[in-house]
Design a protein around this ligand. Structure first.
Ligand code: DX5
Ligand code: ZN
Length: 218
């Protein structure tokens, strides 16, 4: 399992997003939290900002859509050139169609589950996705405390994914830090989103190296 780190620009300076991307040349992805103030109680950015970021960085964008009606909006992020587009199962009405549209547009398709959403009802969808995202905080804000109650679900998801050949990546998002990443990796996660742990650090690139080294030791 190759460890990947996806720093979240939610914790960066929104007036300096290109600089935030340039600060982390060792990132595997740039995690872009799209929030609509409906699905979550916070508002960030949308497609125009993603389009500008695509021109400003060569790091692939990992777009996490925390929005209502992802069926309507998600394909455009893939068409714009995002490397990965993740939709929430709690918001999607036609996840199979939307995930297929994301893939057809050339992006990796991701499916996200909130902390209280069980993974088992979505087992039949695993063939439609490239990444499963398990939220380890309630979505909406950076800097929240990691929810340990999600760890058993990470282990169960890892077992389900391994049972199907293990090609689907398992991402965790929320409260991932030097202190919690080990638990996530031990439970079976392989893609780690980190916002405040990276952009709140004095040296964001070094913070990524440290997170990666800790996860790789597991
Ligand atoms: C929260 C977002 C996360 C957020 C994580 O809803 O989906 O990506 O940026 O921030 P930290 O790592 O600070 O918990
Ligand atoms: Zn996110």
């Amino acid at each position: 399992m190759a460890v990947q780190i996806s720093p979240s620009i939610l914790s960066a300076d929104f007036a300096r997003l290109a600089e935030a991307a340039a600060m982390v040349p060792n990132a595997d992805w740039l995690h872009v939290d799209v929030m609509d103030n409906h699905f979550v109680p916070n508002l960030t950015f949308g497609l125009p900002v993603v389009e500008s970021l695509l021109k400003a960085t060569s790091t692939p964008l990992d777009c996490h859509l925390m929005i209502d009606d992802p069926d309507r909006w998600a394909p455009a992020y893939a068409e714009a050139g995002a490397g990965s587009v993740t939709i929430h199962v709690e918001a999607a009405r036609a996840p199979v169609r939307t995930l297929r549209q994301i893939r057809a547009a050339g992006a990796r398709a991701g499916l996200a589950l909130n902390p209280a959403t069980a993974v088992e009802p979505y087992e039949d969808l695993l063939g439609e996705i490239d990444m499963l995202l398990l939220m380890t905080v309630e979505p909406g804000f950076g800097g929240q405390r990691f929810l340990d109650i999600v760890l058993p679900k990470i282990r169960r998801a890892r077992a389900l994914l391994d049972g199907r050949g293990g090609q689907v990546w398992l991402q965790v998002d929320g409260g991932v830090s030097d202190e919690t990443i080990e638990r996530c990796a031990a439970a079976g996660a392989d893609v780690f989103v980190a916002g405040s742990a990276v952009y709140g650090a004095e040296d964001p690139a070094r913070a990524i190296d440290r997170l990666r080294a800790t996860a790789e030791k597991v």
